[in-house]
Design a protein around this ligand. Structure first.
Ligand SMILES: Cc1cc2nc3c(=O)[nH]c(=O)nc-3n(C[C@H](O)[C@H](O)[C@H](O)COP(=O)(O)OP(=O)(O)OC[C@H]3O[C@@H](n4cnc5c(N)ncnc54)[C@H](O)[C@@H]3O)c2cc1C
Length: 429
């Protein structure tokens, strides 16, 4: 981690975050039922489920609650996974697709339940859109609709070119799929609200407490610079920011950077005209753009994908041309915030969940679509720790491949892969 750990990145979210306390760093020895490493959605969601079940849980966060991807993302509630059930079925068989497909829409429901139960103020809006540039992509969206409906998901609508004027004021698209059970949120405020809910149940979070070692054993222990937590179970939830703390987890994922900008507040009429349904949008390219309005009528636009987690020198220069291509009417618009964040990619683009020994659990590698999956993962991790691991094992039984080429070659190979997909996107094939 090369960024400062003492404060959030300079994002729109950090500037508009709800008030939150600064938590102390761990100092000395503590004992818990469960120690969670990382206070993003995966960690906090797990901790909250366990606290609701009466477990004593300590969360150790290297920086601040929501400092990682969970406090910097596009805020898009996108259902299912980065790879859908048809891909799971083709690769891993009908039974795996059935078991994992049965959970594909649960993460989004958990988010809504959390927001309602704990009255979390995070600007929830319904509806996400997958926008197609080509007829081929629109046909894929029609197939997605049929697939999701076969798994019981409702609220989907295929939009044609004429219907796009009610969705987004851009000539770029031939149509789209609207998922009314998708939506968008202020992601950092969701994380902060969930952390507060966890603390209201007696949970404890230490910030500024990077974990330096995890010692396996009957009662594993987790060490920081000035303290140690001994627990019955450990949950590793550091995802793209975990670094090399546990090398056998690091070799199976690749941290990738993605870049986001936020404009100055737009005139309310202009904002409403850009996105009349106030849905969030992601396009159907492999290297996709994603955007939405914020509660104060800014356009929040993400689009760069700089592989290997390198910070680009000028994020605005990278993302502005994409924003202006989608919305030529915003040419020269003032950008107030630009930032980058890391998500973690797996070779299969399916998330990885599993155990190290019998009492250290992990979940990582949401491959760009993690807002809903991480909430599901928290529930599955908590179920497994409570002795109900059938649903967790549906994910744990998927193969986790290491990236070929080891640490040195992973980034160049992925850059080559990204270049190929960019060409493919450009050619519309
Ligand atoms: C810019 C961006 C845009 C995105 N947009 C979307 C989107 O719109 N929709 C969507 O579905 N997904 C999106 N994603 C992906 C999504 O945000 C992530 O998949 C998800 O937030 C991951 O949550 P997490 O809790 O697993 O990891 P994180 O939120 O990254 O949390 C991990 C935490 O662990 C801590 N940590 C790491 N190592 C240690 C250690 N050694 N000791 C203690 N703590 C440690 C970190 O400080 C961090 O706070 C986006 C990601 C990015 C970066």
């Amino acid at each position: 981690m090369s960024e400062t750990l003492s404060r959030h990145t300079g994002s729109y979210y950090a500037a508009s975050a709800n008030p939150t306390p600064k938590r102390p760093a761990l100092d000395g020895r503590q004992v818990a039922d469960v120690c969670v490493i990382g206070a993003g959605y995966t960690g906090i969601s797990t901790a909250l489920h366990l606290a609701e079940a009466g477990y004593k849980v300590i969360v150790l966060e290297a920086a601040r609650v929501g400092w990682g991807a969970s406090g910097r993302n596009g805020g898009q509630i996108v259902n299912s996974y980065s790879r859908d059930m048809d891909v799971i079925e083709a690769r891993h068989g009908k039974e795996a697709a059935r078991r994992i497909g049965a959970m594909a829409f649960e993460g989004g429901r958990i988010i809504r339940e959390r927001i309602a139960k704990y009255d979390i103020q995070c600007d929830l809006k319904d509806g996400n859109v997958f926008a197609a540039f080509t007829q081929k992509q629109l046909d894929e969206m029609a197939a997605k609709k049929a697939l999701w409906e076969a798994y019981g998901h409702t609220g989907l609508k295929l939009i044609d070119k004429a219907g796009m004027q009610d969705i987004v004021q851009s000539d770029a698209y031939v149509g789209a799929l609207l998922d009314n059970w998708g939506g968008h949120i202020h992601p950092l405020n969701l994380a902060l609200g969930e952390a507060a809910a966890f603390e209201s149940l007696g949970g404890v979070i230490y910030e500024q407490s990077p974990v330096t070692a995890v010692i396996e054993g009957d009662k594993p222990s987790v060490k920081t610079l000035h303290g140690e937590v001994s627990a019955d179970f450990v949950v590793v939830a550091g995802n793209a920011y975990l670094g090399n703390l546990i090398p056998k987890l690091a070799e199976k994922t690749l941290p990738c950077g993605t870049q986001v900008v936020t404009t100055a507040p737009l005139d309310a009429k202009l904002a409403q005209a850009l996105l009349p349904g106030n849905n969030c949008v992601e396009d159907c390219n492999f290297l996709l753009d994603y955007y939405r309005l914020t509660a104060d009528n800014r356009l929040l636009y993400g689009g760069g994908t700089v592989y290997g987690a390198r910070d680009p020198g000028a994020i605005e220069n990278l993302v502005r041309p994409k924003l202006e291509k989608t919305f030529p009417q915003l040419k020269g618009v003032k950008i107030d915030y630009s930032w980058t964040g890391n998500f973690s990619l797996t070779l299969t683009r399916l998330p990885q969940a599993g155990r190290i020994g019998k009492n250290i659990y992990y979940s990582q590698g949401c491959s760009g679509h993690g807002v809903t999956y991480t909430h599901l993962a928290g529930r599955l991790l908590s179920e497994a720790i409570r002795g109900q691991s059938e649903r967790f094992d549906a994910f744990a039984s998927l193969p986790h491949y290491p990236f070929p080429g080891g640490r040195l070659l992973r980034v160049p190979m992925l850059t080559l892969g990204a270049w190929w997909y960019e060409m493919r996107d450009k050619m519309g094939v």
